[in-house]
Write a new protein. Structure first.
Length: 210
C-alpha cells in the first residue's frame, strides 16, 4: 500500500517547522492528500544528507509513494543536489508534491520531465555564473597588483606543533629525527624532519657535537 511522507526542515527556528506543517496540512486538505508520516528536523542545510534525515526519507519512499515538501530548497543545500534527489525519486516512481510552487511531479508526466530539465539547465547556468564571477574577481585583483594565494613564507599549522617543546628538548640531547619520531609515537620521521627544517627548529636549540 502506498504512503505519503511529508519532509520538514528548518535551519534554527522551530516555529518555522510548525508553519511548514500547517502549510502542508492545508495544501493536503485542498488536494485531498492524506499525509501518513511527518519527518521533521531542525538543522542547517550545510549538514550532510544523513544528518538532515534526507537519506532516511529516501529509504522509506518506495514506488508509488508520495513525498510532500513546502518548497524544493528544503531538500538540499544546492540546486544540483536538489535536482539529483528529485531525479532519483522520480526513477523510483515516487510522486513529489511541492506546495509553494504548486508542483506535482511524477515519472510518467511530461510536464515533470520538462520542469526537471529546466531546473537542471538553471543549475548548470548557476555553476557557470559562479565560476565566471570567481575568474573575473581574481583577474581584477591580479590586474590591481594583488598577490593571490597565501603570502610567501606562510607557515601552516601542523600536527607536530603540540610537541614542539619536546622536539626541541630531544634535539638538545642529540637525538636524531628518526629517534625523536619514534619517542613521540610518529610513524613518519620524514614529515617530522620537514617540519623541523621548515621552521628552523634546530637553530633554536644547542645540539651537542657528536
Amino acid at each position: 500500500m502506498s504512503k505519503t511522507i511529508a519532509y520538514l526542515r528548518a535551519s534554527t527556528n522551530k516555529q518555522d517547522l510548525k508553519n511548514q506543517k500547517l502549510e502542508i496540512l492545508d495544501y493536503a486538505r485542498k488536494k485531498d492528500i492524506k499525509v501518513d508520516e511527518f519527518v521533521e528536523i531542525t538543522i542547517s542545510s550545510r549538514k550532510t544528507s544523513k544528518q538532515r534525515r534526507v537519506d532516511e526519507v529516501m529509504e522509506k519512499l518506495l514506488g508509488y509513494d508520495t513525498l510532500v515538501v513546502t518548497e524544493m530548497s528544503r531538500l538540499g543545500r544546492s540546486t544540483p543536489e536538489v535536482i539529483t534527489l528529485i531525479n532519483e525519486l522520480l526513477q523510483k516512481n515516487v510522486r513529489i508534491v511541492v506546495c509553494k510552487q504548486n508542483l506535482d511531479m511524477r515519472q510518467q508526466d511530461m510536464n515533470s520531465k520538462i520542469i526537471v530539465t529546466l531546473f537542471s539547465l538553471f543549475s548548470e547556468l548557476e555553476r557557470d555564473l559562479i565560476s565566471l564571477r570567481t575568474k573575473e574577481a581574481l583577474a581584477s585583483k591580479k590586474a590591481q597588483g594583488v598577490v593571490l594565494g597565501k603570502p610567501k613564507g606562510t607557515i601552516q599549522k601542523s600536527k607536530f606543533d603540540k610537541d614542539v617543546d619536546r622536539i626541541k628538548e630531544l634535539l638538545s640531547y642529540g637525538l636524531s629525527i628518526r629517534k625523536i619520531a619514534k619517542v613521540l609515537g610518529y610513524s613518519n620521521h620524514i614529515s617530522l624532519n620537514m617540519y623541523v627544517n621548515k621552521r628552523n627548529i634546530k637553530e633554536d636549540v644547542q645540539v651537542p657535537c657528536v
